[in-house]
Design a binder for this molecule. Structure first.
Ligand SMILES: [Zn+2]
Length: 257
């Protein structure tokens, strides 16, 4: 079996930006969403499908439980509610999001919504990564209304998402590795504009964020990375932003150069 190279290959249509979702609202109970829906209720998860083939919904339930355990191991308990609508349009309406072409899943404040079109194009590993990534957003509250920088929100979701994937760093971060090998290092951590849909270096922005979190976990410990969420590098790591950025750039050079 060939190993998919790079974030684009692993995740095909890319990840949903949490920005579209994460709106808290009076969402109906999963069971009440669709009169003709199918509900799979595990001890720790609820998966609801709307006219989704039974084998595909069963497969999603297995992945929901796997993702739950991965998030719990690093962050803490979370109870996945995952909705698998019949169409992308139905998913967008559920999330209150606009056009989501190419995305595979979205997170709202309390649930993960599958986008059937993008999800169908994902690799097996990519499906687990995406569901774990989005479930991490649900567990952490993503950017918490902008109080958590996007590199940390997206990087941490990928850190949890890829933690058990078994993929090599250069495989996941193939796009960024090509730049680093060519002698180009990013000058700063990615910001909101770098994560905008259609951004030219969108894959690299995710890879930069992921590797910033991987750097912190590797050098300072995974618990420190978790503590950083909702705090800042000065308080938790005792570093200036400039020193942290310099350490991260060295790490990129070592891991990808
Ligand atoms: Zn995300």
């Amino acid at each position: 079996m060939s190993v998919p190279q790079g974030r684009r290959a692993v995740l095909a249509g890319m990840l949903a930006l949490a920005g579209a979702g994460l709106t808290a609202g009076a969402a109906p109970l999963p069971e009440d969403l669709w009169p003709d829906g199918a509900v799979l209720r595990g001890e720790h998860y609820v998966v609801v499908g709307h006219r989704v083939p039974a084998d595909l919904l069963d497969d999603l339930a297995v992945r929901a439980e796997r993702a739950r355990r991965r998030v719990a191991a690093i962050w803490g308990p979370v109870r996945p509610v995952i909705l698998f609508p019949e169409t992308d349009a139905e998913a967008e309406a559920l999330a209150g999001a606009g056009a989501t072409g190419g995305l595979a899943a979205m997170a709202t404040a309390d649930r993960v919504i599958i986008l059937p079109g993008g999800y169908a194009r994902l690799s097996e590993i990519g499906r687990d990564v995406v569901i774990t990534h989005e479930l991490t957003h649900v567990a952490t509250g993503a950017t918490r209304g902008g109080r958590v920088p996007m590199w940390l929100s997206e990087g941490f979701a990928d850190y949890v998402g890829y933690a058990a994937s078994g993929l090599a760093v250069r495989t996941v971060a193939a796009e960024l590795a090509a730049e680093v090998r060519a002698g180009v290092l990013p000058a700063r951590l990615p910001g909101p504009a770098d994560f905008a849909p259609g951004a030219v270096r969108l894959a690299q922005a995710y890879e930069e964020a992921w590797l910033a979190c991987r750097y912190i976990a590797g050098r300072y410990g995974e618990r420190t990375l978790v503590r950083l969420y909702g705090s800042d590098v000065g308080t938790v790591l005792g570093l200036t932003a400039a020193d942290f950025t310099a350490g991260w750039r060295d790490y990129l050079r070592k891991e990808l150069g």
